[in-house]
Each structure stands twice: as C-alpha cells, then as structure tokens.
Write a protein that binds this ligand. Structure first.
Ligand code: FES
Length: 147
C-alpha cells in the first residue's frame, strides 16, 4: 500500500512497497508519459519530480514516496503547456522523442533550483541520456525557458 500525491491528486495504491514508482505510474495509474529506458538508473527516461527534485522513478520504490508529491509530464502540462514544454517545441529539441519527457522533467527541476543556468550548469545538471544527441537543442530550449 502506498499513499501519495500525483499531479495534484491524492492517490492510494494497493501494491507492494518495493514496486518501482515507474511501474506504479505506468501500469497502475496509466501515466505512460514517463518512459522505461534502461531500468537501471542510468538513462533518465523515467525521470519524474518528487518534492521538487528530479528522480529516476525506475530506482525509486513506491513505498519511498509515501506522503510525497510526484509530478509527471502529464501534470506539468495539465493546464496548458508549461514554459519548458513551449521552449522545447520552439527550439525543436526532440529527435525521436523517447527520452524527452524525462529530459523535460529534469529541465523543469533544474530551472526551479537555478532560474538562470549557464551552459556549464545545464551540462552538470542534466544527466539524462539522449541517444539522438539532441543536447545542443535541449540546452537552447533550457535557455529559452529561462528567458
Ligand atoms: Fe530509469 Fe533508465 S529507465 S534511468
């Protein structure tokens, strides 16, 4: 059993506490915008924001988010595109797009902590992998969102 807030809604799941949050989001709550990539905490495709911090949900047991607030890509854009999402579109950031919801959530958390990041701040703060190599366009999008 786990009780937490997802995208502003109180949510209680009757699942094992060690179920990865990624499974809970995708399989129990149908929030499939959060992606499975490596399942090992390396790629960041599964990134969500928990109490303001970007977190790899494949490595986070659902029991560890008890009482916490989880924001997914669906919640970020729920009442219209967020500034980060708009910047992503304007900068034409995605290529295949698979990793991008995780990238956007990581960028959202980065900007929340540092509203005017330098290139070095972005390179240090954005640890998610993009196999298409869209890093320069994502960096441009983050600067655009910060402006
Ligand atoms: Fe979680 Fe790759 S799927 S880090």
């Amino acid at each position: 059993m786990a009780a937490f807030i997802v995208n502003g809604r109180r949510t209680t799941l009757d699942v094992e506490a060690d179920m990865p949050l990624l499974w809970a989001l995708r399989d129990e709550l149908a929030l499939v915008g959060t992606k499975f990539g490596c399942g090992a905490g390396l790629c960041g495709a599964c990134t969500v924001v928990i109490d303001g911090e970007a977190v790899r949900s494949c490595q986070t047991p659902v029991g560890a988010v008890e009482g916490k607030t989880v924001l997914t890509i669906e919640g970020l854009g729920e009442s219209g595109l967020h500034a980060v999402q708009k910047a992503w579109i304007e900068a034409d950031a995605p290529q295949c797009g698979y990793c991008q919801s995780g990238q956007i959530m990581a960028a959202f958390a980065l900007l929340a902590g540092n509203p005017n990041p330098t290139d070095a701040d972005i390179d240090d703060g954005m640890t998610n992998i993009c196999r298409c190599g869209t890093y320069p366009r994502m960096r441009a999008a983050i600067h655009r969102a910060a402006a």
